[in-house]
Design a protein around this ligand. Structure first.
Ligand code: ATP
Length: 368
């Protein structure tokens, strides 16, 4: 097992900067999710770890070893892609065994010469992978006789047999339907808990990031925005991009100004919100700001200080999403159960001071 360290790593394709000065330390045994929208550079970052992309600048280390110029086959990592790429003519057993046939391993100790595995050693590793990934009943089948989820588990088993220092996964669940995706998320977390090997996992799906990661690295346009536990990035997003990328529905980010008396925040056309504790020093009365409130923290309250007009009420069975509008700004509340608000009526709301996020109107950075 090993850590993975990006030290000011960049990747350029001509004028396109796919990864821009990335510094990120992934600890040994971590489940790190690289999260961001399409084109943010997360796949390029993963491919650099794998050795499939040359590094333009900076240093990349796996454990203590600088791997900038190390051949992919010598990096001791396994890749799992969204397409399972199983050999259709081979049984599950042979598919899982296939990487072991192609490579040599330092099985006799880290300084011993690398050699091919014996048949008995291969059989033992395949048996272990099949047990860990619950594939024992299917070893004699061909991939065509498996479900999508079972095929994905074969792809994982094939990565597992090499006993790599780290697993690299690029959107491995995106070909599965919603139910199977949810189930496989749980299986992946369980697998990680049992084997403890470092996982670097790329996705644009914030639910995958929130549910599986030990830490999440949020990227945008080649740049790392924030790295932290799922709770840290949810509770304290560093800018409005992270605030709105994490969470469904996203955080409401509203145009506002600091009140003239310095004691609150005036949301355009809606009313006043309390100032979060500790921010007094940052207040410039009359200055524009962006106020962030998660939909679950906007509470319908007859004594509230915000008013907006109800535009839509969507009942999802377990909760209601209520869209309201003030001065052309739309924002969302979520309430458990069924909410009986009439479209077109005004709704009064409040937000606890501790749940108010403030961002600089120019830089979009969090004011803390
Ligand atoms: P997606 O989720 O769509 O795969 P991503 O976040 O993984 O996106 P990358 O595939 O890493 O993004 O791409 C980052 C940027 O680099 C994009 O602007 C992309 O167009 C560009 N890029 C990637 N590969 C190449 C290439 N071979 N040549 C030129 N530009 C490239």
């Amino acid at each position: 097992m090993a850590s993975v360290t990006f030290d000011r790593v960049s990747k350029r394709y001509g004028v396109v900067v796919a990864v821009d000065d990335l510094s990120l330390s992934i600890a040994d045994g971590e489940f790190m999710v690289l999260l961001g929208p399409s084109g943010c550079g997360k796949t390029t970052a993963l491919r650099m770890i794998a050795g499939l992309e040359e590094i333009t600048g900076g240093e990349l280390r796996i454990g203590d070893r600088v791997v900038n110029d190390v051949d992919p086959a010598r990096r001791d990592i396994s890749l799992v892609f969204q397409s399972y790429a199983l050999y259709p003519h081979m049984t599950v057993q042979r598919n899982i065994e296939s990487p072991l046939m192609a490579r040599t391993y330092r099985v006799d100790g880290p300084t011993s010469p690398a050699r091919k595995l014996t048949k008995a050693e291969r059989d033992e590793r395949v048996a272990e992978a099949a047990r860990v990934l619950d594939l024992e009943p299917y070893l004699k089948r061909k991939p065509s006789a498996l479900s999508g989820g079972q095929r994905q588990r074969v792809a994982l088993a094939r990565a597992f047999v090499g006993r790599p220092q780290a697993y690299l996964m690029d959107e491995p669940l995106s070909n599965l339907d919603a139910k199977l995706r949810a189930q496989t998320r749980i299986e992946l977390v369980d697998l990680h808990r049992r084997v403890g090997t470092t996982i670097v996992y790329v996705t644009h799906d914030q639910v995958e990031a929130m549910t599986m990661a030990t830490r999440v690295a949020v990227m945008r346009m080649g740049k790392l925005q924030q790295v932290g536990t799922p709770q840290e990035v949810y509770d304290k997003p560093v800018n409005t991009f992270v605030a709105q990328f994490i969470g469904t529905p996203p955080m409401n980010c509203l145009t506002a100004t600091f009140a003239a008396d310095g004691n609150g925040i005036e949301v355009a056309g809606a009313g006043t919100l309390p100032l979060p504790a500790g921010l007094q020093a940052k207040v410039e009365p009359g200055r524009a700001t962006v106020v962030g409130v998660r939909p679950e923290h906007l509470v319908a309250d007859d004594a509230g200080t915000l008013v907006a007009n109800v535009r839509a009420v969507e009942w999802l069975g377990h909760e209601c999403l209520i869209s309201v509008e003030a001065d052309g700004q739309l924002f969302t509340l979520r309430e458990p159960g069924l909410a009986a608000y009439a479209v077109g009526n005004d709704l009064r709301m409040s937000v606890a001071a501790a749940e108010v996020h403030l961002f600089d109107a120019d830089t979009t950075e969090r004011l803390t």
